[in-house]
Design a protein around this ligand. Structure first.
Ligand code: CP
Length: 326
């Protein structure tokens, strides 16, 4: 059982950011509002603010990443923090050093925050429970459990395009079973009060009793896409599968791949999202991924602002504290 309240301190402030599950709507909204300031910073010629000057942030990525690692690094640098990118494959963990001993050494270097990606569900919680009291931990994706900053940048992207959450129908399509992104999105979307969250996929790629998360289940893509405002496509996460859960990628694309013809079942102004990496011709066609309804690259840009917002809130230095103006 993963302990969930470790991320909120006695005063109700965000101490770590490990999951969107159980986070109150007020705090999710505060993160989204705060990120708006940093979007404005990203549009300036000098994209830096001094909010985390003097802080040291360590990126600890035990699993591959393109978007999350680099946008965390950019976000930290734009907040004027010093950033350590630990190369796990060439670290002393390859010589038998334990994870906790590695963390103790980084603490001795006066790190203030660890950004953690790990293949094991619960890894970021484990680290948060064992670090020194002043250290903050952000979960950058743990196994199939949670990817809270991805979910928040997705909420930010949805709000920027669609405004209020209350009237929205949102479909999440594909390999929900192995998706930490889907879990974090479902918790955030239901807390933010969307009208309906649908999950669409073959039975083999949906978690048992997924309805208990407050979603509606569809196995037929056109039926599930009818009248939705937002479509979130997911890749097949083969690195977390233990057997063959689909007959073939070709058949999967036939049934669940998003093409212009299938997209036409959604509302005409529906947006198409994907956390990346995308697999063209497996879960999404190039016409849709690169088409006018796709906001996939916008999600990546928004990742910088949302991560700046989360890091500054966690460190207790909000935008405006040092006289910044958007
Ligand atoms: N969305 C996401 O987590 O992508 P990366 O694996 O490239 O970080």
């Amino acid at each position: 059982m993963i302990q969930r309240d470790i991320q909120i301190d006695e005063s109700g402030r965000l101490r770590h950011f490990l999951t969107t599950e159980g986070v109150k709507r007020q705090l999710l909204t505060e993160i989204l509002d705060h990120a708006e300031n940093f979007t404005a910073v990203g549009n300036r010629s000098i994209k830096k603010v001094p909010l985390l000057r003097g802080s040291t942030i360590a990126n600890l990525f035990f699993e591959p990443s393109t978007r999350t690692r680099t946008t965390f690094e950019l976000a930290a640098k734009r907040l004027s923090a010093d950033v350590l990118n630990i190369n796990i494959n060439s670290s002393a963990t390859t010589k038998g050093e334990s994870l906790l001993d590695m963390l103790r050494n980084l603490e001795a270097m006066h790190c203030d925050m660890f950004i953690v990606r790990h293949a094991q569900s619960g890894a970021a919680h484990f680290i948060a429970r064992h670090v020194a009291p002043h250290i903050r931990v952000i979960n950058a994706g743990d196994g199939s459990h949670a990817h809270p900053t991805q979910a928040m940048l997705d909420m930010f992207t949805i709000r920027r395009h669609k405004g209020a959450f209350a009237d929205l129908r949102i479909a999440i399509v594909g390999d929900i079973m192995h998706s930490r992104v889907a879990r974090s999105q479902i918790h955030a979307l239901t807390t933010l009060g969307v009208q309906e969250v649908r999950v669409i996929g073959p039975q083999t790629l949906l978690p048992r009793k997924v309805e208990n998360l407050g979603v509606h289940v569809y196995h037929d893509l056109p039926a599930g896409l009818a009248d939705v405002d937002v479509i979130i496509m997911l890749r097949l996460q083969r690195e977390r599968m233990t057997g063959a859960l689909i007959p073939s990628e070709r058949e999967y694309f036939e049934l669940y791949g998003l093409t212009p013809e299938k997209l036409a079942f959604a509302k005409p102004d529906a947006i198409v999202m994907h956390p990346g990496p995308i697999n063209r011709g497996v879960e999404i066609s190039s016409e849709v991924a690169d088409g006018p309804q796709s906001v996939i690259l916008e999600q990546v840009s928004n990742g910088i602002a949302i991560r700046m917002a989360i890091m500054s809130i966690i460190m207790g230095n909000r935008f405006g504290d040092m006289g910044e103006q958007s």
